[in-house]
Design a protein around this ligand. Structure first.
Ligand SMILES: N[C@@H](CCC(=O)N[C@@H](CS)C(=O)NCC(=O)O)C(=O)O
Length: 265
């Protein structure tokens, strides 16, 4: 039995956070889910699975309707919403299904804590100060992720406006300038001289952001440029070099490499 079960649409860079941490600290993760569109026909539950006829007939929670990233009817069980009260995926569960964990950063934290209990790795920091510093970067990443999600969903739904694009330009710049600044202080990694959750989160959020390139036509129609393009290397040289170095790291490569290849196609 795996140490943690994650329910998500696939592929999803947000779940890499947990998977990369799992590789680094030897925590076993089970992932259940299908392509984004297929999740409309899945039971959202600890025992997540493609819907059966019985599942379709059973009463689902009235709160099942999609709100962010999904539209229309979803099949979320009451038990799912008890455990994951905001009803989002990725959603993670303890092996007995009794404890729900939501928000991809927190799912990653859970993996690091499980690893730490077994004496593996120091992804969450070597002392209280370092741990809190790593958390600071995770908090800022979540602020960036909120604007990034609004931008990517607008692209997907063909509702992008220049305002949303500009908001994403600013969010990207604030995040990247901070990362550039921290790496300019001479540390090898984002929060300290060793790899931490802050580095893992950084890579996952940037790759997610790179999905903007799928919607090049829409950016052109609005007469705006992709935000994360080649020119960024001149503006944030240390941050981009760090990103590229991490993408080649053994623990990151299995998730990141095939995804980046698919984006380039
Ligand atoms: N900040 C969250 C984002 C999760 C999220 O917003 N998930 C959306 C899909 S992109 C969702 O599950 N929506 C469910 C719904 O629309 O009901 C994370 O990092 O896990």
């Amino acid at each position: 039995m795996a140490d943690l079960r994650i329910i998500s649409y696939l592929p999803n860079p947000r779940i890499w956070k947990a998977r990369i941490a799992g590789r680094l600290c030897d925590v076993d993760i089970e992932v259940r889910g299908g392509a984004p569109a297929e999740m409309q026909d899945w039971l959202w539950d600890f025992d997540a699975r493609p819907l059966t006829d019985d599942d379709r007939q059973a009463d689902q929670s009235p709160e099942s309707t999609g709100r962010r990233g999904f539209k229309g009817k979803l099949y979320k069980t009451e038990a799912f919403l008890d455990a994951i009260p905001f009803g989002t995926i990725p959603a993670a569960f303890s092996p007995d299904g009794k404890i729900g964990i939501f928000e991809s950063n927190s799912i990653m934290r859970a993996v690091a804590k499980l690893g730490q209990e077994r004496g593996h790795g120091e992804l969450s920091g070597r002392d209280a100060y370092e741990a809190a510093r790593i958390e600071s970067f995770l908090d800022v990443s979540l602020l960036f992720a909120k604007d990034s999600q609004t931008y990517l969903l607008a692209l997907r739904d063909k509702t992008l406006t220049t305002e949303i694009h500009q908001q994403a330009v600013e969010a990207f710049d604030v995040y990247m300038r901070g990362i550039e600044r921290t790496l300019s202080s001479g540390t090898r990694f984002i929060a300290s001289d060793q790899l931490s959750l802050a580095d893992i989160c950084f890579v996952a959020e940037l790759v997610l952001f790179m999905c903007e390139t799928i919607y090049r036509d829409q950016l052109q129609a609005l007469d705006v440029e992709p935000i994360f393009d080649d020119r960024r290397e001149d503006i944030y040289p240390k941050a981009i070099a760090h990103f590229e170095r991490l993408c080649r790291h053994e623990a990151f490569k299995p998730d990141v490499e095939p995804y980046l290849q698919s984006l380039r196609r």
